[in-house]
Design a protein around this ligand. Structure first.
Ligand code: NAP
Length: 281
C-alpha cells in the first residue's frame, strides 16, 4: 500500500520550477509574473490567495495580488483584466473564485486572454484540452494527473472511474486520462450504481464534495485512489474517500489533507511558467 505524499511531490515540483525560473532569468533577463485578483473578504479565498502568493515568491516568480472590495463594479474588474492582458510583465492572470453575485463569472473568465489563463477555465483552453492540444490545464486535475503518473507511468488501457463532472475537476481530469489512452467513465449524482462502477476501476478519482462517500468495499485490490474532496466535518477536514477503509485495500491513496491540495498550488506555478514559455515562442 502506497500513501501518496502530495506535499513531497509538490516540494519536488516546486524545486524543479525554481531551477527553471533561474534558467529563464539567465536567458531572458526577466522572470514570469503571476497576477491574482481577489475580490471581497471571504476568509477561504484570502487564505488561498495568500498561499498562492507565498508559493509564487518561494519559487522566484514575480507575484502581484490586486484586491477589490466586495462591491467593486464588474467593469472595473474587466478593465483591469484587459490592462493585464496587454502587460508584458504579466505571464499569468488568475481571478480567485467564487465571485460576488453581481459579477458575471463567465464574463470574467472569458475576459482573460487564453494565453495568460493559468486556471485553464477559458473556453479556448477547455476546447484545446479536449482536442488534445497544448494549453493551460486546470491546476487540480493537472496535479492529480502528475500524482497518478508517479505511481503508474504506463496508463494505456487502464480503466478509470471519475466521480464528479465539474468543469473544475471531473471533466478536465477525464480529458487528461483519455489522452493517455485510459478507458474513462465519468460518474455523477444520477449514476445508478456507483459502487459497481468503482469496483471496475484500476484508478478512481473522487471529486464530489461528500465526506467519505467511497468505502472500502467499493474498491478492488491494486486500485489507485485519488481523493480530491475537501470536506469540513466536526472531526476536521476529510476527503470524499473513507481513508481508513480504502487504505486497507487500495494499491495507492492520497491523504486529505496532504494529497491533492499541495499539488494544486504547485501546478498553478507550473502553468504560469508554461504560459511564459509559450509567449516566448
Ligand atoms: P462540484 O462542482 O460541486 O461537483 C461535484 C460533482 O459531484 C457533481 O458533478 C455532482 O454530480 C457529483 N456528485 C454529487 N453527489 C454525488 C453522488 N452521490 N454520487 C456521485 N456523484 C455525485 O464540486 P467540485 O468543485 O468539482 O469539487 C469537488 C470536491 O473537490 C469538493 O470537496 C471541493 O472542495 C474539492 N476541491 C479540492 C481541490 C483541491 O485542491 N484539493 C480543488 C477544488 C475542489 P451532478 O453534476 O450530477 O450534480
Amino acid at each position: 500500500m502506497i500513501l501518496i505524499d502530495g506535499k513531497k511531490a509538490a516540494t519536488e515540483l516546486k524545486e524543479e520550477l525554481k531551477q527553471e525560473i533561474s534558467q529563464i532569468k539567465k536567458k531572458y533577463n526577466k522572470v514570469p509574473g503571476l497576477t491574482v485578483i481577489l475580490i471581497g473578504d471571504m476568509a477561504p479565498s484570502q487564505i488561498y490567495v495568500r498561499n498562492k502568493e507565498k508559493s509564487a515568491i518561494e519559487v522566484g516568480l514575480k507575484s502581484e495580488v490586486i484586491k477589490y472590495s466586495n462591491n467593486v463594479e464588474e467593469k472595473i474588474v474587466l478593465d483591469k483584466i484587459n490592462e493585464l492582458n496587454k502587460d508584458d510583465s504579466v505571464s499569468g492572470i488568475l481571478v480567485q473564485l467564487p465571485l460576488p453575485n453581481h459579477i458575471d463569472k463567465q464574463k470574467v473568465i472569458e475576459a482573460i486572454i487564453p494565453s495568460k489563463d493559468v486556471d485553464g477555465f477559458h473556453p479556448m483552453n477547455v476546447g484545446n484540452l479536449s482536442s488534445g492540444y497544448e494549453c493551460s490545464i486546470p491546476c487540480t486535475p493537472l496535479g492529480c494527473y502528475l500524482l497518478i503518473k508517479k505511481i503508474e507511468p504506463k496508463l494505456s488501457g487502464k480503466k478509470v472511474i471519475i466521480i464528479g463532472r465539474s468543469n473544475l475537476n471531473g471533466k478536465p481530469m477525464a480529458q487528461l486520462l483519455l489522452k493517455e489512452n485510459c478507458t474513462v467513465t465519468i460518474t455523477h449524482s444520477k449514476t445508478k450504481d456507483l459502487k459497481a462502477e468503482c469496483l471496475q476501476a484500476d484508478i478512481i478519482v473522487a471529486a464530489v464534495g461528500i465526506p467519505e462517500l467511497i468505502r472500502g468495499d467499493w474498491v478492488k485490490k491494486n486500485t489507485i485512489v485519488i481523493d480530491v474532496g475537501i470536506n469540513k466535518t466536526e472531526r476536521g477536514i476529510v476527503g470524499d474517500v473513507h481513508f481508513k477503509e480504502v487504505f486497507k485495500v487500495a494499491k495507492a491513496l492520497t491523504p486529505v489533507p496532504g494529497g491533492v491540495g499541495p499539488m494544486t498550488i504547485a501546478c498553478l506555478l507550473k502553468n504560469t511558467i508554461d504560459c511564459f514559455k509559450r509567449s516566448q515562442k
